[in-house]
Design a protein around this ligand. Structure first.
Ligand SMILES: [Zn+2]
Length: 297
């Protein structure tokens, strides 16, 4: 139960003080089937693996075995200005990192378990004082088109590698749609979905999965009806839940560092909106995870 398709374990444990051993142990105890640690930089995979490996090694044997089974990795380049500018070189670094991991036959490491490319995409949310420090002034024409190019390079790479994509798209709906249509790769997740119902229909029609994070639990009152309608609309075979830990902690933990354990609150909220039991929603999401990441790969 309570799989989480999107978290940043190293960021959560090393920068936000979350106890990684306790989190993984609790996930194991609750029968978690799948937890996906997400990459944001071309060369962060080894660091992230080391961080998770260290936590798993410190766990009790039984829970550690379970964590080894349910933890998976993605690798990808989040569109920071630096990564956009160095994109030609960085995409090669990313490729090399994934290929090296695939060749590693050491069964004791978590190396083999790269199941997706991401997160990557487009972000036009300007908040210079936020964690990502994004400024509109950094986005001249060159950067703006460079961001799209980096996005499309990764969509193409994902297709070449036969991996699903984890798409980050914020305040950039039209451009996102244009890029994915141009490449014609519609295999993956629109993560932390933040648009409305009409936009969701466009992604769903193309074949994308929609993943909801804790942000659905603190929807503004004036937008709640629309949110509930959206949560009810997404078809059973395309819905996922995630945390994006350490960000976006759901109600009643808003403002705290988030961890995958808190994904339960998002499941509860979504299940209630859809009029299904918590167990049913967990089962639905696990089925979708199996379909997306493991079947026909
Ligand atoms: Zn993320």
């Amino acid at each position: 139960m309570f799989s989480d398709t999107h978290f940043h374990f190293q960021n959560m444990t090393e920068n936000r003080g979350v106890d990684g051993v306790a989190v993984l142990t609790s996930m194991a105890e609750r029968g978690c089937r799948f937890g996906l640690d997400i990459g944001t930089e071309a060369d962060d995979l080894l660091r992230r693996e080391y961080c998770l490996e260290k936590a798993i090694t410190a766990m009790e044997f039984g829970a550690a075995q379970k964590a080894r089974d349910f933890v998976y990795f993605s690798a990808g380049i989040w569109p920071s200005v630096d990564e956009i500018r160095a994109r030609a070189e960085r995409i090669e670094v990313l490729k090399g990192q994934i290929e090296a991991a695939a060749k590693d036959e050491n069964q004791d490491t978590l190396h083999r378990k790269i199941v997706a490319l991401g997160e990557f995409g487009l972000d036009h949310h300007w908040n210079p004082s936020g964690v990502d420090g994004r400024c509109e002034s950094d986005f001249d024409d060159k950067t703006y088109f460079g961001e799209q190019e980096l996005f499309e390079m990764q969509l193409n790479l994902a297709r070449d590698m036969k991996l699903p994509s984890i798409i980050h798209s914020r305040d950039a709906f039209e451009d996102t749609l244009e890029c994915i249509k141009r490449v014609g790769n519609h295999d993956g997740i629109i993560h932390c979905y933040s648009y409305g119902l009409e936009e969701a229909k466009k992604f769903l029609d193309l074949g994308w999965y929609i993943s909801f994070s804790g942000s659905v639990t603190y929807t503004k009152k004036s937008k709640m009806d629309a949110m509930l309608e959206l949560l009810r609309y997404v078809p059973q075979d395309r819905i996922l839940c995630e945390t994006d830990s350490p960000y976006l902690a759901p109600v009643p933990h808003r403002g705290e560092p988030c961890s995958p354990v808190l994904v339960e609150h998002t499941y509860r909220f979504v299940a209630q909106a859809r009029g299904v039991s918590l167990e049913d929603l967990c089962e639905t999401v696990d089925k979708n995870i199996d379909q997306l990441f493991f079947q026909n790969r």
